[in-house]
Design a protein around this ligand. Sequence first.
Ligand SMILES: [Fe+2]
Ligand SMILES: [Fe+2]
Length: 250
Amino acid sequence: MKILFIGDIFGKAGRDALKKVLPELMKKEKTDFVFANAENAAGGKGITPEIAKEIFSYGVDGITLGDHVFDRKEVVPLLEDKRIVRPLNLPPGNPGRGVSFFEKNELRVALVSLLGRTFIDRVLDCPFQVISKQEFDIPTVVDMHAETTSEKIAMKWFLAGKVSALIGTHTHIQTNDEEIVSGTAYITDCGMTGPYDSVIGVDKNVILKRFLTGFPARFEPARGDVRFCGVIFEIQGTQATHIKKINIKM
Ligand SMILES: [Fe+2]
Ligand SMILES: [Fe+2]
């Protein structure tokens, strides 16, 4: 089976890129499933039921989230939707699910979200301990949403040969290290779908002002140099055989 995983959809610019690129790309690549990280889809922070509906309407089957999971209060009822996967290692007592199953044309795949702990300011259980309790008897795609390359690469060695794909998100810059390791498709970051005339999606002047003065200027999503980023990988049985990067300029 062929799966497209789309990197962090950022704001309206990212959603517009999705609308423009996805239907044709799905046809051209004959993808069986499309998953997308959409934790920044609502103005760069979080997701709402309306925006999730829009993203699904373009052809996305399943959405993963990350550290921005609870940025919008409206997300809580949305987390009941089986197509929405929030980090599995949020402590017990949180709403939503960290693993979900997708079926189409007799194909079955599991989608998991994990959130790294290094430089992530959230109460979290250990992603390594939590994922080690899972069984991987069907093709499994894991979104490893983390700040550091080291934590993502450590998870690569931890899950190599166990899951079908381990796809990095959160840092919004596509890395050049896609590979197949013992049947696991891996990339440290599959890139952002959104505006690159920015600092990881946010208006660059706002962020420059913050770095230069420490003044807490208002967060504004950028709009320019929009790109569609992600990876496409193929799975036979539960083992990945190919992975390639997607990076399309609008
Ligand atoms: Fe993100
Ligand atoms: Fe994130």
